[in-house]
Design a protein around this ligand. Sequence first.
Ligand code: UD1
Ligand code: CA
Length: 458
Amino acid sequence: MISSIQTGRPCAVAILAAGQGTRMRSDRAKVLHPIGGAPMLHHAMRAAMALEPQRVAVVVGHGGDAVAEAARALLPDVAICSQDQQMGTGHAVRMAAPALEGFGGDLMILFGDTPFLTAETLQAVAAARGNADLVVLGFEAADPGGYGRLVTDDAGGLLRIVEAKDATADELTIRLCNSGIMAGDCATLLSLLEQVGNDNAKGEFYLTDAIGLGRDRGLTATVVRCGEAETLGINDRAQLAEAEATFQARARHAALMSGVTMTAPETVFLAWDTQLGRDVTIEPNVFFGPGVTVADGAWIRAYSHLEGCHVGPGAAIGPFARLRPGAELAEGAKIGNFVEMKNATLGPGAKANHLSYLGDTAVGAGANIGAGTITCNYDGFGKYPTQIGDRAFVGTNTAIVAPVTIGAGAYVGTGTVVTRDVPEDALAIARTEQTNHDGMAKRLRAKLRARAGKTDKE
Ligand code: UD1
Ligand code: CA
């Protein structure tokens, strides 16, 4: 990997994210719609952050506060620059000028709605600054449509960029298109953008005009190429769904190649940060939200839903398991069908195999949680913890009213409502004693039958 440090040029990044995204028909800013469980903006920011930039500015407009909050969540010292009116990409970059004040190095400009751009490609753009004053990332479009066209000379040098709406019929035949990513010396780019006017088909200040203006000043410009799939921009929900599908296809393929078994990978949904160890098996119809790590040899059975959790080595969950944020299974632990865990840990070899809820709970090594055990962690006002010691045995249909501690090796009888701590190795049992009344069932049946007016046979 080539970082800005290796290319010898300090680098700053400006990410344009002020556009309305009208075609999304959404109250949410376009760049906040998620792909693989992370807002589009984060995908762009992460690719940019691989350049180890010294400053990152995000230009916000529509839904600015929410976009700013999302940007800060990923990068606390990001500079947020407001563009109140969307007057074009060139104008948007100028809004970042205050955040770039006094910066002596390169500026890389990218769009917040192109989530597939890889760090490698951005590094190639950064590296190309060694050969030219201005670098544009281009691609051969299958259908160039509304993209800006890259006008090159015979030697492949970039002369200018013409927007589709301003292009001549001849220029429209060019298939080499502008991705929107551009790099150059920061001060130079900003001074070029000061020169850009809006006398064009859209009446906007085009970032793309910086190239022609730069050439007029005697600067050199070049094109770095990437595949069209990488520059895919999202404009509506259909494209968002396609982008998600693309993301999933790549993530599944990467998981399979890294040694994960999936019998029906097309039914498994991964997040941008899902980490799966070697020899993990994932059965069909499993959903991973963000923040999941699964260690080597673990087994995720069908119809499980995981987010913000860790499944330890050789542990097994499901079918129909739900691991919510803060769930952690140590080595060889097991949770079975219809078990939900939230902010709860299972020690090595511990088991909760059927129909349970474990919330705000720590379960020790080798403990067994019987079917239907519920930790009552919430009283309508506060949430309280439960501790269950090593090797404890919790009988079925137990209600554990937190806060409470069940000691190591303790045994809780079936159907108990635990409201007080249980000492180590103690037996806790809280239920009414059983009584048998001989022949009473038979007499009861006769009575009920008569009351309903039915005969012996009915
Ligand atoms: C732009 C390029 C075009 C390129 C295409 C690639 C220009 C003039 N044109 O066109 O050459 O082929 O992207 O997808 O740059 N934005 C702002 N403020 C604004 C306008 C835009 O922040 O005032 C942001 C948008 O939120 C978006 C990005 O800039 O993230 C691109 O803007 P958009 O209007 O989509 O540009 P295109 O017309 O697609
Ligand atoms: Ca666009």
